[in-house]
Design a protein around this ligand. Structure first.
Ligand SMILES: Cc1cc2nc3c(=O)[nH]c(=O)nc-3n(C[C@H](O)[C@H](O)[C@H](O)COP(=O)(O)OP(=O)(O)OC[C@H]3O[C@@H](n4cnc5c(N)ncnc54)[C@H](O)[C@@H]3O)c2cc1C
Length: 503
């Protein structure tokens, strides 16, 4: 879900309270750093051959940041401040060869390895307490080939940086809804964004990848070279290796009609909005956030505290056709704010700040339709939340994404028509059980059809939920690929597909 938008509103009222918690964790952090530096900083190891920080610096020089270094607190930071973890070292390789060296080292010495692209893992998978973080953020090269409509992108790029750069050529690849998300993590999980109905998931536009495997080899894979591995990385996440470069298909997209449309919400508007989104031309994708309106400056004061539907819409095409496609949405109610206009595609990606220490209880699921009953359920459950901020997010799917056969990639939920997320944001960890129960009850009330979840919207929810991301034969096939390419489960600090699920 668009977590940053949740946090935006939360931050308005919570900044003061959170800063105190921040200071406390900073003091605790300094004490822990000093202790670790005094110990001579041996990286923990499951084998007898550990590695020391000086040895690591000998190999990777200034690319290593360790406790006690001036930049350590910045280097260990991830998007969600609640994953306030203290890695033994963070290494930022400058090439695929260096990535391979780090991977081989971690495998050889039995070190816990956390791979970080953009650092947006909901489950805190791109950081580690006491392990080695492989930070890809120095790998930001982008080679655009406009005549061929393809681009090779290094995996440390963010969706925003990629979109802005290819946008200069009037071209686009669809990622998600947030600029700061890394292209690596987003792509390997699937990639659901503003172009999903027009051009499919991000993986439907992935043509090839350069992958460092658990044995430290650098492979270029595509439909013809290691096709089974290429199948697995399209939805199977970081389970099979570290992607250092990704080759994408580009689409001509000189401009869109897009932006934020806010409507006063009730069950009728919610149902009508999602019906319009399902009936809209495929060029139009919409993400609807239903919530109690925070005091956002662009909303009239009378709307603050009222239920609203805040939608982000994008029509990937010519302006007049976009206006026609949007008319049914605008006709549902007098908009409280209408910032939908012709713009470059990159204009949709506003900068977002990292999310501080805020707690969150969120659940993601697929639905087939948002009918009157589902819309009423949404209104009822949002009204029952005791969190400072509660949201239901609805994304209309279908279109190009649904035309790809379920077995073509490791993302098998091709026939689901709506992706829903429910979430509460609050600041006291002690309140978690209450808000978790609310989120579980809300998700259960909305659920239609079989279980299923998009792996990239999973938090730390246990192996059963990872299994739900890979229904039927997809799971067995992924396990086979995992056995072949990562039998020791080196890449396990993720939504894990174990090589031997029985163990
Ligand atoms: C604010 C926000 C908005 C989001 N919006 C969307 C959206 O609109 N659509 C959508 O589809 N998803 C969205 N997501 C989910 C997002 O796709 C996942 O959180 C994704 O895993 C983030 O990728 P990252 O590289 O930033 O994260 P990281 O935390 O760096 O990585 C996440 C996982 O992927 C692995 N990984 C990352 N890069 C690589 C690599 N190069 N090779 C191997 N493994 C790697 C990591 O080890 C980790 O397990 C959103 C998340 C957030 C926080």
């Amino acid at each position: 879900m668009r977590r940053a938008r949740l946090s935006e509103a939360g931050r308005l009222s919570e900044a003061g309270r959170l800063s105190e918690a921040g200071r406390l964790s900073e003091v605790a952090g300094r004490v822990a750093s000093a202790r670790q530096a005094l110990k001579g900083a041996l990286l923990p190891s499951t084998s007898t051959r550990s590695i020391s920080i000086p040895e690591l610096r000998d190999r990777f020089g200034g690319r290593v940041t360790a406790p006690g270094d001036a930049g350590y607190d910045q280097a260990r930071k991830v998007f969600y401040g609640k994953w306030d973890r203290r890695p033994a070292a963070i290494v930022r390789p400058g090439s695929a060869a260096e990535v391979a060296e780090v991977v081989a080292l971690a495998a050889d010495r039995g070190l816990e390895l956390a791979v970080r692209g953009g650092g947006h893992s909901l489950a805190g998978h791109s950081t580690s307490d006491g392990g080695l973080v492989l930070d890809l953020s120095a790998l930001t090269a982008l080679e655009v080939d406009p005549p061929a409509r393809t681009a090779w992108a290094q995996a440390g790029l963010t969706a925003g940086a990629y979109t802005t750069a290819v946008g200069r050529h009037g071209l686009a690849t669809g990622f998600g809804d947030t600029a700061s998300v890394g292209i690596g993590g987003l792509t390997l999980g699937g990639g659901v964004g503003f172009l999903v109905r027009t051009h499919g998931l991000t993986i439907d536009n992935l043509l090839a990848a350069e992958l460092v495997t658990a044995d430290g080899h650098i492979l270029e894979i595509d439909d013809h070279h290691h096709p089974e591995l290429f199948w697995a990385i399209r939805g199977g996440g970081g389970n099979f290796g570290v992607a250092t470069r990704l080759r994408y298909r580009l689409h001509e997209l000189p401009g869109i009609v897009g932006g934020t449309l806010v409507l006063p919400a009730d069950a009728g508007v919610i149902e009508g909005f999602m019906a319009a989104a399902a009936a809209a031309p495929e060029e139009l994708s919409a993400i609807a956030n239903v919530m109690v309106a925070p005091p956002m400056p662009f909303l009239p004061a009378a709307a603050h505290g009222q239920l609203i539907l805040m939608a982000l819409v994008a029509y990937a095409g010519e302006a007049a056709a976009g206006e026609r496609a949007l008319a049914p949405f605008r006709a549902l109610a007098e908009p409280l704010a209408d910032r939908v206009q012709p713009m470059p595609y990159a204009g949709l990606f506003e900068p977002v700040e990292d999310m501080a220490v805020t707690e969150e209880s969120a659940r993601s699921l697929f639905m087939d339709t948002v009918d009157a009953a589902a819309a009423a359920t949404i209104v009822e459950h949002l009204g029952a939340s005791t969190a400072p901020m509660a949201v239901a997010q609805l994304r209309a799917l279908g279109g190009a994404m649904a035309r790809v056969p379920a077995e073509a990639t490791a993302f098998a939920h091709r026939d689901r028509r709506v992706m829903a997320g429910v979430g509460a944001v609050y600041d006291q960890a002690a309140d978690k059980p209450v808000h978790d129960a609310w989120a579980d009850g809300f998700a259960a009330a909305l659920r239609q059809g079989g279980p299923g979840v998009y792996v990239n919207f999973l938090a730390d929810e246990g192996p059963g939920r990872v299994r739900e991301a890979y229904p039927g034969a997809t799971w067995d096939r992924l396990v086979e690929v995992k056995r072949r390419w990562d039998p020791a489960n080196l890449f396990r600090h993720n939504q894990n597909i174990p090589p031997d699920p029985a163990v």
